[in-house]
Design a protein around this ligand. Structure first.
Ligand SMILES: [Zn+2]
Ligand SMILES: [Zn+2]
Length: 281
């Protein structure tokens, strides 16, 4: 039996664990197939291959690409090659835009009387520095009680330190991933703020661009698992799932938690594993 968790972050983006520590926790949670899907970076993947191999875990190298501005339309890519120059240059652009957005948000917060030290803010970040790092720093400074409050008061959509960000279109990320032999999957549809009448026609366009799956079993979709499971299968798409684990403070899911809620986890994960044939172990 495969017990999958196909969506997790490390300190290379805005998670808190190194890949080796993450692999240890994956094993503790009885997950047997895992994927690291950092935001717009594949920097942790070479070490993740080693960590998976050392622990005898099955592993699919992944990435999570932010698209369409701040609409939470994220495209997961599975079976990516961390040394692929075309992929790396695409991600470098996204990463630079994320960093610029973070710097601008820090300046806004400073002007609002909440100065943050950039070195402290980026301490512990192995890669890019994003909004979750700001939320942690605001909490550590006592400006807010917790990270949730940092987003609801300052960083979330429509709040004063929410700086708009340029990102690629979802269809661009999908085409790029397909052209590199990877499997593009729409992440957490439950987080997309669009009504079904807008989202479903877009889904069809993304399928035309090469989309191959939907991340049905994500904590943000919990209210709509049957709906999204049906939509994905009716459109001939792969069904995937993962916790979106970032840290132990509950900002996102817990390692392995969605596997228990996913009736066909073993069979669906096996299909993804076979589709992501290029670079898995
Ligand atoms: Zn996401
Ligand atoms: Zn994520």
């Amino acid at each position: 039996m495969i017990r999958p968790d196909l969506h997790m972050h490390t300190a290379a983006s805005d998670g808190v664990l190194s890949v080796h520590e993450l692999a240890r926790q994956v094993q503790r949670a009885d997950v047997t197939l895992f994927s690291v899907t950092d935001h717009d970076t594949v920097a942790s993947l070479p070490a993740a291959f080693d960590a998976a191999y050392e622990r005898g875990l099955a592993f699919i190298p992944g990435v999570e690409i932010s698209t369409e501005g701040d609409e939470d339309i994220h495209i997961l890519g599975y079976g990516v090659d961390p040394e692929d120059e075309a992929l790396l240059s695409f991600l470098r652009k996204s990463d630079a835009m994320r960093l610029e957005r973070t710097r601008r948000a820090v300046r806004v917060l400073c002007d609002m009387g909440m100065p943050l030290d950039w070195d402290e803010l980026s301490a512990g970040a192995e890669g890019t520095v994003g909004r979750l790092h700001i939320a942690r720093a605001l909490t550590a400074k006592g400006y807010v009680q917790n990270e949730g409050e940092a987003f609801s008061k300052y960083l979330g959509k429509g709040r004063p330190a929410c700086v708009p960000r340029e990102t690629p279109a979802a269809s661009e990320a999908i085409s790029l991933l397909r052209s590199r032999g990877a499997v593009p999957v729409l992440a957490h549809p439950g987080l997309i703020p669009w009504p079904q009448e807008r989202l479903l026609p877009m889904l069809r366009r993304w399928i035309d661009a090469g989309l191959m799956g939907v991340e049905v079993y994500h904590p943000a979709n919990r209210q709509n698992y049957p709906l999204w499971d049906r939509i994905a299968r009716q459109n001939g798409l792969l069904v995937t799932g993962g916790s979106d684990f970032h840290d132990f403070r509950g900002s996102h899911g817990r390692i392995g938690e969605t596997a228990a809620e996913w009736p066909q986890a073993c069979e669906d994960a096996w299909k993804l594993y076979r589709a992501a044939k290029k670079h898995r172990i």
